[in-house]
Design a protein around this ligand. Structure first.
Ligand SMILES: NC(=O)c1ccc[n+]([C@@H]2O[C@H](COP(=O)([O-])OP(=O)(O)OC[C@H]3O[C@@H](n4cnc5c(N)ncnc54)[C@H](OP(=O)(O)O)[C@@H]3O)[C@@H](O)[C@H]2O)c1
Length: 353
């Protein structure tokens, strides 16, 4: 464990220096790790653990694109690739990487496979935290742990292949064996985490739901729509409104903020932009604080979980979602975005040629 100072606050983090891969392999050498669900996280985690030398099997319903992908990724039916039930039966660490709705639907089956001494692993605190709504209440004689990579399974895999790692949080909900903490860390190292920071199931899901509804996606999409609307209503062309709202953000600023921080960004733009950004950011912060507090309350009360479960389990959810996404795609803002992307790739082709 390393004590690291984050902006003046000490936190404990774990890296491969403190918990090397060899230690993780030794720790889990007698375990069969069953990755249940081969959607987005499933492939990233399962492939990284397999390449790291762990004993991994995959459970996935057959006759689906995810099953075909598992075959393409080198999992062998009857040896390392099984039905969900059989993989859960064979696994001693059961990694529940089904979608949140799938976790609810398949909980009775999974629970029946959780014999004493096994470990139940999650990458999200949703099912356990909102157990009044999900019904996911594990038996008392199993360890219940979490490793939540802070990004998509695709990034987890890409970074691993490139020699890096995605940061993950880890948590222990139930420690039946007395070794759940080490198991969680060993799994975190196994799936290819950069550094690991400790959380609990509730904090993990509260921050995750707030983040995706807030700055990461919901707030971002909303503020983009608002600014585009203002510029268009004030007589600016779609090209101009889109470039000043989205294109500069995604193509230029965000990668630079990621590399160098916000102060660097402010320091490396014109005085006009500096003054504009520094003078206006407080106003935006104050305007959005009430909305973000309302959002957090809605997450903490279980309302967001209730709505997610209700919408996600309606039989025509896919069709409803497609209609919502079509509306976004065909809006002037995002239709302009599609044209800008085409022009961008044409320009790139020219440069390459
Ligand atoms: N995606 C991320 O960026 C991310 C990041 C960190 C943590 N997580 C967490 O990781 C877990 C998995 O997420 P994910 O994004 O990988 O999910 P996903 O892509 O939606 O994968 C879902 C998996 O569940 C299966 N599934 C869903 N409903 C099912 C049902 N009724 N019966 C049988 N199988 C069913 C799917 O099978 P089919 O393919 O056959 O439908 C697929 O294998 C979640 O807890 C999520 O919160 C995700």
């Amino acid at each position: 464990m390393a004590q690291i100072n984050f902006g003046g606050v000490d936190e404990t983090v774990i890296t491969r220096d403190e918990f090397p891969l060899e230690k993780a392999l030794e720790y889990l050498k007698d375990e069969t790790i069953a990755v249940i669900g081969y959607g987005v996280q499933g492939p990233g985690q399962a492939l990284n653990m397999r390449d790291n030398g762990f004993n991994v099997i995959v459970g996935q319903r057959s006759g689906t694109p995810s099953w075909d992908r598992a075959i393409r990724d080198g999992w062998v039916e009857g040896e390392t690739l099984f039905s969900l039930e059989e993989a859960a039966e064979r696994g001693t660490i059961i990694c529940n990487l089904l979608s949140d709705a799938g976790q609810i639907a398949l909980w009775p089956m999974l629970k029946s496979k959780l014999t004493p001494g096994k470990t139940l692993y999650f990458s999200h605190g949703f099912g356990i935290t909102f157990n009044e709504q999900t019904g996911i209440i594990p038996p008392a004689d199993v360890d219940v742990i979490l490793v939540a990579p802070k990004g998509s399974g695709t990034s987890l895999r890409r970074l691993f292949v490139a020699g890096g790692g995605l940061n993950s949080s880890f948590a222990v909900f139930q420690d039946a064996s007395g070794q759940a903490w080490e198991k969680a860390i060993a799994m975190g190292i196994g799936v290819g985490s950069g550094y690991l920071f400790e959380t609990d199931f509730k904090k993990e899901v509260y921050s995750d739901l707030t983040g995706e509804r807030g700055v990461l996606m919901g707030a971002l999409a909303g503020i983009i729509e608002a600014q585009y609307q203002v510029l268009r209503q004030r007589g600016h062309s779609p090209s101009e409104a889109f470039n000043e709202t989205v294109e500069e953000l995604t193509q230029s600023l965000v990668p630079l903020v990621g590399e160098n921080g916000m102060d660097w960004m402010f320091a490396n733009c014109s005085v006009t932009a500096q003054r504009g950004a520094l003078d206006w950011k407080g106003k935006f912060r104050e305007a959005t604080l009430p909305v973000l507090n309302e959002l957090y309350d809605s997450v903490a009360s279980g309302e967001e979980a209730r709505r997610t479960i209700e919408r996600g389990t309606t039989p025509n959810y896919r069709a409803e979602l497609d209609a919502e996404l079509k509306e976004v795609r065909e809006s002037e803002l995002w239709a302009t975005g599609a044209t800008v992307r085409q022009l961008r790739s044409k320009a790139a082709e020219k440069v390459e040629a």
